[in-house]
Write a protein that binds this ligand. Structure first.
Ligand code: TLP
Length: 346
């Protein structure tokens, strides 16, 4: 049976070439800082992001949460979009691990303005929480792969500086933003005190994220990584996948964006489907099916009995279905996915 898996760009499997590259990686004990491949990856990502230092971590969640922990103290407060991954999908870790509370801002597709940030920053008073950190996500997952405009990032950075706050970027898919806009990773990163990027999303590596910032910041994050059980030993095998992915799978993200756009255009013609294809900026497509919850849509298209193929989609919000293009789907798979949606919803 044919399965077309558009649930996420996390579902990709390492290619034969990537696996071979991993097999030949030189390794050492990274808890002693002695894994040459991990060190190489950290240097490479630090350079790419124009930061002093970087740290390899097991997941995007750990990367974001380490940054939040290293920028804050218990009882502090951070500002992020109401749909931010750090706030919705990281198991309550802002509260659980950092003892920090969130001021969720009502952005549009995950994008908010400098004015919205300034409005919620607390004045100094003993009975108020201290606002310490602003976090943005680029591209924005629940915003449908939306790109945070660089001009708004600059405006928010002015506010961050004016109030002496810190600025964190969840750049799990910063690669996609960079390829889509032509703005370099370092140009995006330079406005932030810390950046987290994922190797296991569009880049197709099996595991891992990297966080970057000043040497002092990374030293502190390194301490917390160990404390949280994230110290890895011969992790060069995994870091090698990341190095391979950056080298070979970064620029090809444009293909995923092209397919997402095509898919969005085609399914927007289906009578019961509601979406604006102009909103699709990268590799994530959010759409509604008239009268059905996202969960119901996922169940219907998964069943191969009518079409001979199983289409896997995920839930974006209660009524928003999410489809994500990635390295393991080709033009033909996208055609088949369109056909399946036509069968059920036209
Ligand atoms: N996103 C995943 C999961 O929510 C399942 C997905 O399928 O999109 N930041 C952003 C913007 C993300 O989209 C994700 C993962 C993370 C951080 C966390 O990364 P991991 O899953 O490696 O902890």
């Amino acid at each position: 049976m044919r399965v077309i898996d558009l649930r996420s760009d996390t579902v990709t499997k390492p290619s034969k070439e990537m696996r071979e590259f991993m097999m030949s990686a030189e390794v050492g004990d990274d808890v002693f800082g002695e894994d040459p491949t991990v060190n190489k990856l950290q240097e490479k990502v630090a350079e790419l992001l124009g930061k002093e230092a970087a740290l390899f971590v097991p997941s995007g969640t750990m990367g974001n949460q380490l940054c939040i922990k290293a920028h804050t103290q218990p009882w502090d407060e951070l500002i992020c979009d109401k749909d931010a991954h750090i706030y919705n999908y990281e198991s309550g870790s802002i509260a659980g691990l950092s003892h920090v509370q969130v001021i969720p801002v009502n952005g549009k597709n995950g994008v908010f303005t400098a004015e919205q940030v300034e409005e919620v920053i607390r004045p100094e008073a003993y009975y108020l929480p201290k606002t310490k950190l602003v976090c943005i996500e680029n591209t924005h997952n629940r915003g449908g792969g939306s790109i945070f405009p660089i001009d708004e990032i600059k405006r928010i950075k002015n506010i961050v500086d004016k109030y002496g706050l810190k600025f964190h970027l969840d750049g799990a898919r910063l690669w996609n933003a960079s390829v889509a806009t032509g703005i370099s990773m370092s140009e995006y990163a330079k406005y932030f005190d810390s950046v987290s990027v994922c190797l296991s999303k569009g880049l197709g590596a099996p595991v891992g994220s990297v966080i970057a910032g000043t040497k002092e910041f990374i030293k502190l994050a390194h301490r917390y990584r160990k404390a949280w059980g994230g110290g890895m030993r011969q992790a060069g095998i995994l870091a090698a996948a990341g190095l391979f992915a950056i080298e070979n799978n970064f620029n090809r993200l444009a293909e995923d964006h092209r397919r997402a756009k095509y898919f969005a255009n085609e399914i927007s013609k289906i009578s019961r489907i509601k979406l604006d294809p102009d909103k699709v900026q990268t590799n994530i497509i959010l759409f509604e099916v008239d009268g059905l919850t996202a969960q119901e849509v996922c169940q219907i298209v998964k069943d191969p009995s009518k079409t001979g193929s199983s289409l896997l989609l995920s839930v974006g919000k209660k009524y928003l279905v999410r489809a994500v293009t990635h390295i393991d789907v080709n033009d033909n798979d996208i055609e088949e996915a369109v056909k399946i949606l036509k069968t059920y919803f036209n």
